[in-house]
Write a protein that binds this ligand. Sequence first.
Ligand SMILES: Cc1cc2nc3c(=O)[nH]c(=O)nc-3n(C[C@H](O)[C@H](O)[C@H](O)COP(=O)(O)OP(=O)(O)OC[C@H]3O[C@@H](n4cnc5c(N)ncnc54)[C@H](O)[C@@H]3O)c2cc1C
Length: 231
Amino acid sequence: MEKGHTIPILGQGYVRYIDHLGTDLRIVEAARISYKSPSKGVEQDKKLLLYLYKHRHTSPFEQCSITYNIKMPIFIMRQFVRHRTFRLNEWSGRYSELADEFYVPGQWRAADAKNKQGSQVSASLDHAALTKEVKASNDAAYATYQNLLKQGVAKELARMVLPVSIFTEVYVNCDLHNLVHFLQLREDDHAQLEIRELGAAMRQVAENLFPWTFEAYHKYRLTISEKPQDG
Ligand SMILES: Cc1cc2nc3c(=O)[nH]c(=O)nc-3n(C[C@H](O)[C@H](O)[C@H](O)COP(=O)(O)OP(=O)(O)OC[C@H]3O[C@@H](n4cnc5c(N)ncnc54)[C@H](O)[C@@H]3O)c2cc1C
């Protein structure tokens, strides 16, 4: 995969591949140190990696990592930063003027009657009218922001009038074990659609770099109902 490869997400957002460390073989090599045993060929190496994944021998997967540059709305960033093992740096609204870019969903969803964490596109919503109303509200908020800046208010304060749908940007590095953990939680259908779209793009990059690991992911991934309880 070319460095800089960019996958568009969530309107004006994206997931961009910066670089990575390791390969599927690195994971196998790291695991084989336990017995100081050499590789027994590609087929056996792949078999070992699938075994490690299936039986949750997770530490060899921590030998590999990926760095992404991600642009996403702040309300998705709030979910993203709950993953404490990610190492990240964010664009600062204290030091730079934030851009006039807001996430507006293509279709509006109503709360799901059965799954209380879910939502569904609803025919009873007036999609065009909602989009118009939200865009007008974003424009008004951004105009207030600009007006505060013009009057000399510091960027760190002026930004408080902006909605959480405004885009932010991060550089994030995560090891493969914790990336897979994140994807299991955030590609699950209990997670919000927007973070699922972000997760799918991150996986698309990772799958290219670590094909055996993601073969194991698809084969053995757990759904949220099978996992230990989390928030
Ligand atoms: C569908 C869904 C809904 C959610 N809803 C809410 C919500 O309503 N409110 C809310 O606040 N959060 C919510 N969360 C966030 C959730 O509670 C977790 O904070 C988030 O998923 C990160 O999971 P994690 O802690 O396993 O991952 P990470 O923070 O990436 O940590 C990975 C693993 O490292 C270990 N670890 C990391 N840091 C520590 C530590 N300090 N102490 C002990 N072990 C540690 C744990 O084993 C952990 O599983 C939700 C998550 C999902 C997926």
